[in-house]
Write a protein that binds this ligand. Sequence first.
Ligand code: GDP
Length: 440
Amino acid sequence: MAFEALSQKLDAIFKKLRGKGKLSESDVKEAMREIRLALLEADVNYKVVKDFISKVTERAIGHEVMESLTPGQQVIKIVYDELTNLMGSKETKLNLKGNPAVIMLVGLQGSGKTTTAGKLGNYLSKMGRRPLLVAADIYRPAAIKQLHVVGDKVKVPVFSMGERKPVEIARASVEHAFRHGNDVIILDTAGRLHIDEELMEELKEIKSAVDPCEILLVVDSMTGQDAVNVAESFHSKLELTGLILTKLDGDTRGGAALSIKAVTGCPIKFVGMGEKLDDLEQFYPDRMASRILGMGDVLSLIEKATQNIDIKKAKELEERIRKEQFDLNDFLDQLKQVRKMGSLDQIFSMIPGFSPQKMQGLDFNEKELVKVEAIINSMTKEERRNPSIINGSRRKRIAMGSGTTVQDVNKLLKQFEQMKKLMKQLSEMEKSHKKGRFRI
Ligand code: GDP
């Protein structure tokens, strides 16, 4: 799977960061050195790496991070944000303006262009469009036949005119689409082994003849930085509107996916994830960043929580957390709920960036729960609602009333503060997940 080595390295770096209660400037610098190396080893363009590291360092050394309760986690979040930005921050949808809308696929031979034409036809017809595949690669002997085979498989019609001039084929296909009610044309243009002037001229000619709404370059992600160079050349000649990265299911190190947007300025619109004709995915930079950072567990956690928690109660709680009304009654309630989900250790381990050390003492057993309940029951209503009023003499009274010690009360109040932070974080995580964006 793509990015595997990079993911593992980043994970090891983050584990070290997470384990630290406080981060010094040199801890951050050390982590940045390691991240830099990991990115270079993943074949990310060196200028992109340099820029990335300087952005992350600048943000990570800032006050907010170093002084925060969870500095390691903040650094991970910055890396996540910047990785997302690197790949384009938001997904870029296909532009389908025009009737028919013309999508021109360009790329070198072997990049996966013909397969991708079929995948795109399949994708568009599932969207309810009526695509037409057009065979404009007249040089590779088998290309026309291959497109027909692919078109048959996905039940998308194919337009071909044998070995006529590609620009004529393109023009005629627009006419054909118009008459046959096809609202999108996918032009499979010629590829070469290397970029050459003749090919570029031909592509430019087609571009000016049919005015495509999309010129998408199909590039093989396995070719790493070569893919980036190819993209730069095509973009300078043709002004691409986007990229489709194929073979991301292979064991590519990921360098092309991580650098290509930053270097060329062209958004990645789709990725090819296999040889089958439905192995095409829209590209979401944030999801890709989550995947690289191994954050899949956030989803499992949210799923686990929704399976176990009473939805109505959870909604009320969410509301209270948002309004900063989370009090000791909720705390007690939560302790009971969370215990139903499994051991606290297990739960915390699923929260990326959460330092287990920070949560020490929050893993209550049943006996401790009884104690916590007794302490909370010895508080007045006002104290439970607003624990900040619990001063020294109140602590003494509560300890006496519950048969515990002042230390026990102190410990509980501290744990309450931690839980409050955790709940807030979980609620923010869930909110961003609902928006299709999960944060750390
Ligand atoms: P073209 O010369 O650019 O038209 O390339 P083809 O469409 O003929 O593809 C070249 C090879 O790459 C074929 O064997 C495809 O099956 C394979 N291929 C294309 N896209 C993908 C992909 O996303 N993943 C994998 N694993 N193979 C792909």
